[in-house]
Design a protein around this ligand. Structure first.
Ligand SMILES: Cc1ncc(C[n+]2csc(CCO)c2C)c(N)n1
Length: 231
C-alpha cells in the first residue's frame, strides 16, 4: 500500500512539475537570472527562513519525545549555519553582500506563505505542522537533484554550489520528515488526513508563488516610505 506521503507527492505532481518548469528554476539551470531577481529572492528567503525557525520552535513546544525535539533542534541549526551557503552563492553571482540583504519586509507571496505555516503551527498539532513544512525541503531537494542530472554542472557553472547544496541532500531532512509524518498518519482518521493534505497542497502552491514572486520582483501595490511598510 502507498504511504501517506507517497499519496501526497503523487497528488502534488502537477504543482511539482510547474515548479520545475518555472522560469526562475530554469534561470538557475541556465545561469540566466538577473541581479535584481537574485537580490529579491535572497532578501525574501532570509526572512522566510527566520519564520521557518520560529515555526520549528512552535513545533518543539508541541513535541512529546526527545527524538522529535532533537530533530527540530538540528533543523534550526541547519538553517542557521548551513542554509546560508545557497544564499551566499546567489549573493556572489549578483555581486552584493549577504548582510545588505537582511531585514527587509516580506513581499505579498512570501508573507502569505509564512503566515500559512504560522497559522497551521499555532492552531494545529505536530502532524499538521509537519504536513505544512514538508513541501519546503521536498521541492528543493527534487529541484537540486533534477538540475544536477540535467546540467551535470562543472565548478564554472554560476549556480554549481546551489545545485549541489540541495541536490546532494539525498534522503536527509525530507526522508526524516516523511518517516515521522507517515508514522503519525497511520492512526489518523480520513478527515484528519484530508486536513493535512490541504496544508501540504497549500504549501506546494505557495512554493510555486515564492519562485514567481522572486522572478517578477513582486512588491506590495502601493510604494510606501520606510517605517510604513507592511509584511
Ligand atoms: C521558499 C523556500 N522554500 C524552501 C527552501 C528550502 N529549505 C528551507 S528550510 C529547509 C529545511 C530545513 O529543515 C529547506 C530545505 C527555501 N530556502 N526557501
Amino acid at each position: 500500500m502507498r504511504s501517506f506521503t507517497e499519496e501526497l507527492r503523487s497528488e502534488a505532481e502537477p504543482i511539482f512539475k510547474a515548479i520545475f518548469d518555472h522560469p526562475f528554476v530554469r534561470g538557475i539551470a541556465e545561469g540566466s537570472l538577473r541581479k535584481e531577481q537574485l537580490v529579491h529572492y535572497v532578501k525574501q528567503d532570509f526572512e522566510y527562513l527566520n519564520a521557518f525557525m520560529r515555526i520549528y520552535g512552535i513545533a518543539i513546544s508541541k513535541c512529546e519525545s526527545r527524538e522529535t525535539i532533537e530533530f527540530f533542534n538540528e533543523q534550526i541549526s541547519f538553517i542557521l549555519h548551513s542554509e546560508t551557503h545557497p544564499h551566499n552563492n546567489f549573493c556572489q553571482v549578483a555581486g552584493v553582500s549577504y548582510e545588505e540583504m537582511q531585514g527587509y519586509p516580506l513581499a505579498p507571496s512570501a508573507s502569505h506563505y509564512t503566515r500559512h505555516m504560522l497559522a497551521v503551527a499555532h492552531e494545529g498539532t505536530l502532524e499538521d505542522i509537519m504536513a505544512a513544512l514538508l513541501p519546503c525541503p521536498w521541492t528543493y531537494t527534487e529541484i537540486g537533484k533534477r538540475l544536477l542530472e540535467e546540467i551535470q554542472p562543472d565548478a564554472s557553472h554560476p549556480f554549481y554550489d546551489w545545485m549541489h547544496f540541495y541536490g546532494d541532500m539525498e534522503d536527509g531532512v525530507t526522508g526524516q520528515m516523511r518517516r515521522l509524518l507517515d508514522g503519525w498518519a497511520e492512526s489518523l482518521s480520513p478527515a484528519r488526513k484530508k486536513r493535512l493534505k490541504e496544508h501540504f497542497m497549500a504549501s506546494c502552491q505557495l512554493e510555486y508563488l515564492f519562485w514567481d514572486m522572486a522572478y517578477r520582483l513582486e512588491e506590495w501595490p502601493v510604494n510606501m516610505t520606510e517605517g510604513e511598510k507592511v509584511g
